[in-house]
Design a protein around this ligand. Structure first.
Ligand SMILES: [Zn+2]
Length: 685
């Protein structure tokens, strides 16, 4: 989590700099000549003959890439390197470790305090609360640490190790060596404040655009003017639309199918940007997505379509991000920053995993099985087929009756956290030890977990607790967040060196939280008696991964296209994305559904509001599967405790330490192939 926090923190670094300063940073990387670098390296080598020559070379080269004329003359550069090179790396790393913990830990405490009123149900909100909440204590750290050269000292002494090197050598590294490598990952960009501010500002606008992209479903009609959705139903694109489509799998009547088809057609109109502007976030006028007819005050009217706004936002974000490229010598484009830096997996590695998964013939068998269950040919929107959810054999009302009594308020949940851990197999002392660092608050909004960025701080479990007590749905969310909190606590307190604390990335965070969430009924003491549950759960997870991998590939290929066509116009980007989405569809989905040319994989709103993030979801599915398989038959608590305390290293090294093998799609494919063989054998019987 530390790594994620760190990346988020870096994104928050923004600062108003004077134009002169900006211009001086602009010659970063071009100012120090190759011969100046050579001379510096030679002098350092003769001053420290015992030192690792290769590391000296790397460190000096890296500092030169961050060095601009504003930092000093070439002679001053040389002098700085000679004087700042340290032979006692351990002492220097320890000092950085201690001070980074103080800075990130305390600042994150301050940030959490500032945000407390807007996150927690605790009295009335004041108008100033929003300003306090949006102020970031981290805003100037990066600028300050480059200006006073702390960041340069760091890069000189702890040079960057590439992902390949980290994957190849990570398993052999001692804790100290791993910490030194992790330290080298800090301050990887020196993005000027105005450029970062621009990215933040456009991202905020894009998020607002998406969060206001609601459709009033009562106004969505079929060709005959038939209305199928309730009056108060307002759905956000794409999440709300998708979830409503999913919920209609339980309606086996003609109406259920009609509603799904209307939602699908609506999504296609959004992708194609044929949707009338007046339908977005505005109730009152009817729209038929099947034939694209619009009725203003009941009269058939030719509307203004949404004018490729969706794609204009993507281009704006792309251009703002691209402007930061030259300040990021280690990750010189936004794709590398999302993959190599954020996920610590390369684009190619992720692409190969996804396409291997998508190409496996087992998916056609699952498609066939879904068709048999639905008793109809598959349609493109069946990528969201929801029928593998093992419906609990226990009534949700009974479960809620139990949870509201057991957890009347947030504090009751907090008191019982050690109990919950014991029910998952933890010993009394260990459960108490972990839970002393977890506090529960009643959330204003949806549930979330906020970790600590230092020892001595607590992580916070936030969940919405109605007046009547925590219902089952809330408890289920709380278990997910609790998974985050336990991981946050163990990966901070049980990792000796602060620089090694945390886990690899967001995909891991979520996978680990699901391990807890899935065990919620065990904690409540309800025994499931659905023998197919395990098999269905594998199919459900697999089908979901299948869906989201295609979506992620579209996002990934779109960014490649934008880098190849940096001056594209919104309508050109639209045409490109539709063509990319259809290509991915035709390659991996068409044969499963027997439907060609669907652009549906382009509907996800993440592409606009969280660009290059989608790949984390399917990776999360793969991690979750591999971990569950590893945990089978083992002592859950003991094993989870060990895994959570591995600390931060590259995902492949982490997975190997956790499960014995690196992250891979093969075990998942194998397991689901077995499940399908069993199911087909039953049918044959
Ligand atoms: Zn989560």
């Amino acid at each position: 989590m530390k790594n994620i926090c760190f990346i988020l923190i870096m994104a928050l670094f923004s600062c108003k700099q004077s134009e002169t300063k900006v211009n001086i940073i602009d010659n970063m990387g071009k100012y120090i000549t190759a011969s100046a670098i050579d001379e510096t390296v030679k002098e350092l080598e003769s001053k420290y003959p015992q030192s690792d020559r290769e590391l000296i070379g790397r460190g000096v080269k890296l500092v030169s890439e961050f060095w601009s004329s504003g930092d000093g003359s070439p002679d001053e550069f040389k002098e700085f390197c000679i004087n700042s090179y340290s032979q006692d790396k351990k002492a220097l790393a320890d000092r950085f470790s201690k001070n980074l913990e103080t800075v990130f830990g305390r600042f994150s405490q301050v940030g959490k305090e500032m945000q407390f009123p807007i996150h927690v149900e605790d009295g009335d909100l004041l108008p100033v609360d929003e300003i306090f909440a949006s102020w970031s204590p981290f805003a100037h750290v990066s600028d300050d640490w480059f200006d006073n050269k702390l960041a340069m000292i760091l890069h000189l002494n702890f040079p960057y190790y590439s992902l390949d090197e980290r994957n190849a050598k990570g398993l052999q590294w001692t804790d100290d060596e791993n910490a030194a490598v992790n330290l080298g990952l800090y301050f990887a960009s020196r993005t000027p404040g105005r450029i970062q501010q621009n990215i933040d500002e456009i991202s905020t606008r894009a998020e607002m655009y998406i969060s206001n992209y609601n459709i009033y479903m009562h106004n969505i009609v079929d060709e005959k003017g038939g209305r199928y959705f309730p009056e108060d139903m307002r759905l956000i694109s794409h999440w709300g639309l998708r979830d409503e489509l999913k919920s209609n799998y339980t309606d086996r009547t003609e109406t259920g199918l009609l509603k799904q088809k209307l939602i699908y057609d609506l999504m296609i109109r959004i992708i194609n940007q044929e949707i009338p502007q007046e339908i977005i976030n505005t109730p009152g006028n009817d729209y038929c997505p099947v034939n694209n007819r619009f009725f203003r005050n009941g009269r058939d009217t030719v509307p203004e379509r949404e004018k490729d706004t969706r794609y204009a936002f993507m281009l704006e974000i792309f251009r703002a991000s691209k402007a930061a490229d030259k300040y990021s010598p280690l990750y010189p484009d936004a794709i590398k920053r999302a993959f190599d830096q954020g996920l610590e997996m390369t684009f190619d590695e992720v692409e190969t995993m996804f396409t291997t998964f998508l190409s496996d013939p087992v998916i056609e068998k699952i498609g066939g099985f879904i068709g048999r269950r639905l008793r109809r040919p598959l349609r493109a929107y069946d990528i969201w087929y929801d029928g593998f959810k093992a419906r609990s054999s226990i009534n949700e009302r009974d479960l809620s009756a139990r949870t509201v009594k057991q957890f009347p308020d947030a504090k009751a949940l907090e008191r019982q956290l050690p109990n919950i851990l014991q029910l998952l197999g933890y010993g009394t002392d260990r459960a108490e030890e972990i839970c002393q660092f977890i506090a529960v608050d009643a959330a204003r909004g949806s549930g979330h977990a906020m970790g600590a960025a230092m020892k001595d701080d607590v992580s916070r479990l936030r969940v919405r607790v109605p007046e009547t007590g925590l219902n089952y749905n809330g408890f289920n969310v709380a278990m997910h967040e609790f998974g985050h909190n336990v991981e946050q606590t163990v990966s901070m307190y049980d990792v000796d060196n602060y620089l090694n604390s945390g886990i690899p990335n967001t995909a891991f965070t979520e996978a680990l939280a699901f391990l807890f969430q899935k065990r919620d009924l065990d904690v409540l003491g309800f025994k499931e008696n659905n023998p197919d549950k395990a098999r269905l759960a594998i199919l459900d997870n697999y089908w979901h991964a299948f869906e989201i991998m295609g979506v992620a590939l579209v996002d990934m290929y779109t960014w490649k296209w934008m880098y190849a066509n940096p001056d594209a116009k919104p309508e050109e980007l639209k045409a490109a994305i539709i063509s990319i989405a259809k290509d991915v569809w035709n390659k991996y989905y068409a044969k499963v559904f027997d439907v060609a040319d669907s652009p549906i994989l382009a509907v996800y709103s993440h592409m606009i509001s969280y660009p290059l993030y989608l790949a984390a979801y399917p990776i999360g599915h793969l991690i979750e599967f591999q971990l569950e398989q590893h945990l089978e038959g083992k002592d859950f608590a003991k094993e989870i405790d060990r895994i959570f305390s591995i600390g931060h290293c590259s995902p492949n090294v982490w997975m190997t330490k956790a499960t014995g093998t690196k992250l891979s799609v093969e075990p998942f494919i194998k397991a689901v192939t077995n499940v399908m063989d069993e199911i087909n054998a039953q049918v044959d019987d």
